[in-house]
Structure formats: C-alpha cells, structure tokens
Design a protein around this ligand. Sequence first.
Ligand SMILES: *Cc1c(COP(=O)(O)O)cnc(C)c1O
Length: 376
Amino acid sequence: MFAAPMIPAFYPPRRILMGPGPSDVHPQVLAAQAKPIIGHLDPLFVSMMDELKQLLQYAFQTRNEMTLAISAPGSAGMEACFVNLVEAGDKVIVCRNGVFGERMRQNVERCGGIAVTVDFKWGEPVQPAAVEALLKDHPDARFLAFVHAETSTGALSDAKALCALAKRYGCLTIVDAVTSLGGVELRVDEWGIDAIYSGSQKCLSCVPGLSPISFSAAAVAKITARTTPVQSWFLDQSLVMAYWSGGAKRAYHHTAPVNALYALHESLRLLAAEGLENAWARHQAMHQELRVGLEQLGIAFVVEEPYRLPQLNAIYIPQGIDDAKVRATLLNEFNLEIGAGLGELAGKAWRIGLMGFGARRENIALCLHALRQLLN
Ligand SMILES: *Cc1c(COP(=O)(O)O)cnc(C)c1O
C-alpha cells in the first residue's frame, strides 16, 4: 500500500484576471456550474443544449445548423476545423502574424495538407493585398486560414475583407475567433465565414474547456464529400452532426461536460441579455479608458491604433523594468494577473486583457493604480 496523502482542500484566492485568458468569470456563471448534475441524455439537458445552440448562433451571428461547442478548449476547436475539412493533398493558404497562425500551419501539415504560408510582422494585421497575391499564385488552394484576433500580439485582422477575397478565389475560410468572439464585431453569415472556432474562456468569460465552433453549409458539404475518414475519432464531426442537428434522436457519442455546459449557457445568456453590439461597444470603451491611463504612464502599444484589439492590449515593458518581478508583485500583492509576452514578444511586452466580464472600470482602475506604484 502507498500511504494515503493527507492534503487539505484547495482554496484558490480571488484573483483579478487581466491576462490573455482565462478571463474573469461572472459570479452567475460560476454559480451555474455548481447546479445539480443531470444525465447528458436527460430530456431536460437536451432542451438546455437546444437553447445553447440558439445562443451560440446568436453569438456567432449565424444560422448554421452545425453550430456547437466542442468538449475541450479552443485548441481542440482549431483542430476540429482542420481535421474535418483538410484532407491529404488539400492546399491551404495560412496567414501568420503571431503564434496562433503558426499553429494553424502545423494543423494543416498534420492533416497531410499543403500549407502555403504568408507572413506579417508581429503586431501587424494580415494584409489582404499580400493574401490576394498568394491566392492568384495558387489557384488550386482550397482554403484560406487566418486568425481574426491575434492574442499573441493584440492585432485585429479584417475578417470581412479576407473572407470576401477567399470567396472570389473559390476558397473556403477557416477563422480563429478564440479571442474575438464577444469582444469585437464578428458576423459569420454576413461575412461568409465557412469554419470558425472560439473558446469559452476569453471574451465569453466562461470557465475554460469548451470551444464553440460553426460550419457553413459549404463546409459541411466538404466534410460530407470526404473520401477518407477523419483521423481523429473524437473530433470527427460527422459522428456528432445528428446529435446537434436538432429534431434527430440524440445518441451517445461522448459524455458531455454537463456542468461546464451550464456555465456556457449562462455566459451566453448574459451576452445575449447585454446585446452583442453593446458588448462590443463596452470592450471598446474600456480599452479607451485603459489606453488613456497607460499613455499617462508613458507606456506604448505594440499595435498601431486602427488594428488594436480592445480586449487584448499588448504594451511594451518600459526600459529598465524587471518583467517577471513586476508581474509577480501584481499577482502576490494586488491579486492581479496580467499576461507575459509570447513568442517574439517574450520579455518585451505585457498583454493586458479586458475580456468579457473583465472589461470593466474597477479592473482598469486597479491595474493602473498598481502599475503606477510599481513603475515609479
Ligand atoms: C487562447 C487561444 C487559442 C487556444 O485556445 P485554448 O483554449 O487555450 O486551447 C487559440 N487561438 C487564439 C487566437 C487564442 O487566443
């Protein structure tokens, strides 16, 4: 026998989360998670899932039937899009302007697809003109993949223009909206997005571990026309289409994360109650408030103003400041988490998130107060 470890219950402190995710969760969302568990095929759970689909369709601004939440974080939503859509030999134009575009390329190659990459400087948006040149050079490309809101740099790309371009050149689009959903304008049907994935823990301010996705009719047709099975059994959406398409009898595929889905239902309900456009405007207003305060501290943004994400403020660490020490003090003395720089920006930038429930005045006041103390 191994001795039984005597471990006290875990009591996390109450932190203010102003990093790149997870973001602050609304108390109602946390409470929703603690509601009684019911079976995932219980008729009451099934009707909750119908509402959840309706709420996701609203958040994405889509009528896509294939709109659902993958039972795993944003990275699984990313993988779900690529493994279902990209077959061996399919050519995919992948835009890279940060960490997440590079992950898209890796996904394409693991599916046996041919990734054609187009690179932009970190902190810059994807430039449609460069993408168009590549679309012209590769008339056999089947997909255009890009990140709407690059969390590693804080840059927003013009998803509407990029999707219109893709259409003109006969490509389906795969869009990373992990950080954009709920924080900035995003209209799946109007912009003609074919496959999109997001995450529960950024601007939806839900607990981590779920990934909303949506596929257009054209994307579903591509999946249906596959000649080879999807290499991932768990992420093979043809196996769960019947479950989500409504009306159809729901059968067991995997055990749904029941309580996490309660939380997503509540966070999306709160978003719908606020109204999407109001949520976008609130993120912008809070970003402006934070920007003014940061500029008073002499802090500069990584991204040019027109492309700045309101929900992810990448700022240069002032000269002579100890990155790790400041972040540790923020955490330990102010219970405040901000994000470190990622990839090329590691050690050079901080990432201050204003996501969902976290995009509010008292968070900004605390953050500016703490930075003012620590930087002087
Ligand atoms: C956070 C993030 C992901 C990954 O999501 P996880 O939930 O961490 O797996 C993917 N893309 C972008 C743009 C992100 O910000």
